[in-house]
Design a binder for this molecule. Structure first.
Ligand SMILES: Cc1ncc(C[n+]2csc(CCOP(=O)(O)OP(=O)(O)O)c2C)c(N)n1
Length: 662
């Protein structure tokens, strides 16, 4: 579309005004990016991006991710002007309680916001994940007669994002995977927060991205014609490479007292706003949008609607011609999961002794068959994490329908990409590494939980059971630490049947992520409780695995590989001892009080827990008079069984603890 620079310059000025007024009203927020990137916003939202403000979830819309989430007023202004359901009143309530304009963009709070961003670099990872998902969509759903997916993923990132390791990991992956549907715009303004960027960076970022395998263009970010030309070139590039546009900008443009310096980054420019507004030609009226800018965007919206309607026609034809594919797509969009998932997972041999990672591998296969949009990746550890979807092929530039993603040794990016795949809204992402490396993933896990994304983490080699690799590889505090993340379900199954329940629980959850902590070492199938009880028990988070004989005197609680020890101890202790399996604290805590009290009767205060990890998280169940057996130190390097013994994880300690309760 021809670029109307006259009206878009005016729109850029008014967008600057909206940012100034909103940040001034809130007395908080970041002016630098919204002012510095106003022309970029005008071109993207006023000309280049394809979307429909009336249907912000349109599956073939271009996705725009503001990785530099601190510049949120940039996004809010352009979404408002574009005609999304973000009225001016919401712009006026920037950063106020329950507004649609929170401090940083939050997924689900504001129409048009595609990802929760602010922790720098994450948005770049999300965008790469979206680009993966978009490629998968093209391969899985487009047909020779109907091309229903051809959208682009556009990401705006600053120096801060690109300094972060997660963005480097994600970019290396994108370059390697030749994700040519990704356009990464680098707001290169030579400024970060504390200082000029030269204080902390001297790399040639353009060369760096060139080395990753991107096509690179360098443009003046205030020259709309030049920027659009680069954008169009990136959009239509035939190189098969991911696209990187370096846009040279002046941070805080419009407030001369701070522009071009780190003072422009935050709200320091606010005190100069009144004069600045006048100087750029804005009237005294705050939150001003002219009639002709309104009219331009109203017309633009009509164009969007026409494109959308044309696409709907193609989509209708596609649906009619491909009912099975359409059904699969609908399943993905509604995140629906077969209700009888557990019945598709064959029971394990009761006499089997098998690691829960191995059980997980077996459980994953029928689930993957039932859920064709489930994809599974690993950070170079498929051979150990065993989460490869057999017959699912690899996701590669040549084969975009592959369901197994080789993330490389890039755990942080893996999890940011998984979030991106989930944000994209069609595929169900899962990813794997060793549990101890959850620390490398944690910022993205936290965001998945915050943004309520149904991501599944298949993390293996839990606890000191890892053994010979030693304390660097033995997670002791990891499970407890992850239990602190709100809205993250952490499941540590005790045997193969609980593993089946754990996978079903993870798949059926649609409003947040689930982390599965699986063992490297073989565990007995605890078949003294029926398989169905164990599977269903996991879905409730905790359950009575072994009911006491006679009156209840003591409750033993355990998860994972230690449930066997609690059971052995109960046998030694005799009557009155109940064993509760508690694979998922969060699911248990969501149960009705009556159920929780049934499992853990409040009158029974003699309680002992055992878990091969740090103990603090247990006291909410065992109380201050209870005893928590665990490992409040780092592990040891030796065969796993010996480490367990040396650190006192076994039935004897449980028996002693119960006897010590008096
Ligand atoms: C992971 C992370 N670390 C630190 C911050 C705090 N922070 C917000 S913006 C910023 C500087 C970013 O610089 P740049 O991307 O160049 O943004 P600009 O100054 O151009 O707006 C920092 C350090 C953050 N949001 N996320």
């Amino acid at each position: 579309m021809k670029l109307n620079t006259e009206i878009l310059s005016k729109a850029a000025t008014e967008a600057r005004g909206l940012a100034m007024d909103a940040v001034q009203a809130a007395n908080s927020g970041h002016l630098g990016l919204p002012l510095g990137d106003a022309e970029i916003g005008a071109v993207l939202f006023g000309n280049a991006l394809r979307f429909n403000p009336d249907d912000p979830h349109w599956i073939n819309r271009d996705r725009f991710v503001l990785s530099a989430g601190h510049g949120s007023m940039f996004l809010y202004s352009w979404l408002h002007l574009s005609g999304f359901d973000l009225p001016l009143d919401e712009i006026k309530r920037f950063r106020q309680l329950h507004s649609k304009t929170p401090g940083h963009p939050e997924f689900g709070e504001t129409p048009g916001v595609e990802a929760t961003t602010g922790p720098l670099g994450q948005g770049v990872g999300n965008a790469v994940g979206m680009a993966v998902a978009a490629k998968m969509c093209e391969a899985r759903f487009n047909t020779s007669d109907h091309r229903i997916f051809d959208h682009k993923i556009v990401c705006l990132a600053g120096d801060g994002c690109l300094q972060e390791g997660v963005a480097a990991e994600a970019a290396a992956f994108a370059g390697h995977q030749r994700l040519d549907n990704l356009i990464l715009i680098y707001d290169s303004n030579n400024v970060t927060l504390d200082a000029m960027a030269k204080v902390t960076q001297s790399e040639d970022t353009a060369e760096r991205f060139c080395a990753y395998g991107f096509d690179v263009a360098i443009v003046d970010g205030h020259n709309m014609t030049e920027f659009l030309a680069a954008f169009d070139k990136a959009k239509n590039a035939a190189s098969g490479k991911a696209q990187f546009i370096v846009a040279k900008t002046l941070i805080g443009k419009g407030i001369p007292e701070v522009a071009g310096t780190n003072k422009a980054h935050g709200e320091a420019g606010v005190k100069f706003v009144d004069a600045a507004r006048k100087a750029i030609g804005l009237p005294d009226e705050k939150f001003y949008v002219s009639k002709d800018v309104r009219a331009y965007f109203a017309e633009r919206k009509e164009t969007h609607k026409k494109e959308y309607s044309a696409w709907q026609e193609v989509f209708k034809g596609w649906r009619a011609a491909n009912p099975e594919l359409a059904n699969t797509l609908d399943q993905g969009l509604s995140r629906s999961v077969p209700t009888d998932l557990l019945s598709k997972i064959p029971a394990f041999d009761p006499a089997t002794k098998i690691a829960t990672r191995k059980a997980g591998s077996e459980v994953l296969q029928p689930i993957a068959e039932e859920m064709p949009l489930l994809v599974s990746g690993s950070a170079d550890l498929h051979g150990s994490t065993l989460n490869y979807i057999k017959g699912g092929d690899d996701f590669t530039p040549e084969h975009r329908a592959g369901r197994n993603i080789h993330f490389g040794i890039r755990e942080h990016a893996m999890c940011a990409l998984l979030n991106g795949i989930a944000y994209h809204g069609i595929f169900r992402p899962s990813g794997a590494t060793f549990l101890v490396f959850a620390d490398y993933c944690r910022p993205s896990i936290r965001l998945a939980a915050l943004a309520r994304l149904p991501v599944v983490y298949i993390f293996t080699h839990d606890s000191i059971g890892v053994g010979e690799d030693g304390p660097t590889h033995e997670p002791v505090e990891t499970v407890s630490g992850l239990r602190l993340v709100p809205n993250l379900d952490v499941i540590r199954p005790a045997d193969p049947e609980e593993t089946a329940g754990a996978f079903a629980a993870a798949m059926e959850r649609t409003d947040g992520p689930t982390l599965l902590a699986l063992t490297r070492q073989a565990l007995p199938n605890l078949s003294e409780a029926p398989a169905e009880i164990r599977r269903q028990g996991v879905l409730r988070g905790g359950y009575v695995f072994r009911k006491e004989d006679g009156n209840l005197k003591v409750i033993l609680l355990a998860t994972g590989s230690e449930l066997q020890h609690a059971l052995a101890a109960a046998k030694q202790l005799g009557a009155g001892v109940r064993v509760v399996s508690m694979p998922c604290f969060q699911r248990f805590d969501r149960q009705p009080e009556s159920y929780r009290n049934q499992v853990l009767p409040p009158e029974c205060l003699k309680r002992v827990s055992i878990e091969a990890g740090t103990t603090p998280s247990w006291y909410k169940y065992i109380g201050l008079n209870g005893r928590a057996i665990g490992i409040d130190r780092f592990g040891l390097s030796a065969p796993g069984g010996e480490v367990m013994k040396a650190l006192g994880i076994g039935a004897e300690r449980v028996v002693e603890a119960v006897q010590g309760l008096g």
